[in-house]
Design a protein around this ligand. Structure first.
Ligand code: BT5
Length: 267
């Protein structure tokens, strides 16, 4: 992930200032599980607001007016969902390229801790229940030394009301568990798990976490990769220690970093 780019986000550093300057109100600031948490009512994108903050800062907003997905796709960020960005240290650690996967693992652990069953990840970092998307992640590197991990979780919101194309393709926590936590408690759970996975990774890379990550993909599937133009089909075979997708193609396997794959379609 070169500076100024993300796992498909690809923002330039000077865009980072616009999110903060467009944040509509003064944030409330608090300590949350060894993180400094900035909470806003409305921002463009929490990732942009978080861009200039130091590691172990986090930004949450009730609404995003320009929520972003990977490759400039948009992310519906209506009231009632968790829109959170966490600033992580990066660069000097053995497994930092695998950060997107590790963030996905932390989100899955937090959701499993709330009693969400049948959770699975779709590479690189969608969190699904059955085939419906519960959460999405977007990692941006605006400056060397840190990565902004954007986390969107549908909680009590209704994304399909904002974008009818999402009907039948999304799910919220409120549909999955009887009493979803409030956004403050969910923020705390996610940030706690995030710190718990990122800190050991700084010393030992991905190896200790890899088996758990590879279990979260669920059953092996035929997939088609859009490599920003060219298409490649094969059997998804998990990820390696560098966080690369392994695609079984006949006798061998090919490996791809998250930023090389524009889209993965399960066949
Ligand atoms: C993602 O991109 O899944 C990354 C989403 C990251 C959102 C967080 S919220 C906090 C932080 N601030 C931001 O601005 N972003 C991050 P991608 O894999 O490209 O998926 C985008 C696609 O998901 C869209 O094209 C829609 O099809 C679908 N989608 C949009 N909004 C959704 C929602 N609320 N729930 C489920 N799917 C959605």
């Amino acid at each position: 992930m070169p500076a100024g780019q993300g796992d498909g986000g690809g923002l330039l550093p000077n865009e980072a200032s616009t999110g903060a300057s467009r944040a509509k109100c003064t944030p409330s600031l608090s300590a949350c599980e060894n993180w400094t948490l900035y909470e806003y009512e409305t921002v463009t994108s929490t990732n942009l607001v978080a861009a200039r903050l130091p590691a172990w800062s986090a930004v949450r907003a009730d609404l995003q007016t320009a929520g972003r997905g990977r490759f400039q796709r948009s992310w519906v960020s209506d009231r009632g969902g968790l829109w959170l960005s966490a600033v992580l240290p990066s660069g000097a650690t053995p497994g930092w390229r695998a950060l997107p996967l590790v963030v996905g693992l932390a989100v899955c652990r937090a959701l499993q801790g709330l009693g969400v069953n049948r959770l699975r990840m779709r590479w690189p970092n969608d969190v699904l229940v059955a085939d419906r998307k519960l959460a999405g992640l977007l990692l941006d590197q605006f400056f060397p030394g840190s990565v902004v991990a954007g986390i969107g979780i549908n909680v009590r919101n209704n994304p399909a009301a904002a974008d009818p194309a999402l009907a039948g393709r999304v799910v919220t926590l409120a549909e999955l568990i009887p009493q979803p936590p409030n956004l403050r408690a969910l923020t705390r759970a996610v940030l706690t798990e995030l710190r718990r996975v990122v800190e050991p990774m700084q010393d030992s890379g991905l190896s200790l976490l890899l088996p758990e990550i590879n279990r979260l993909w669920g059953e092996s599937r035929e997939v088609e990769l859009d490599l920003d133009g060219p298409l490649r089909r094969g059997r998804f075979a998990g990820v390696d220690e560098q966080g690369r997708l392994l695609l079984g193609t006949g006798p061998g396997a090919e490996a791809f970093f998250p930023h090389e794959v524009r889209h993965l379609t399960e066949l």
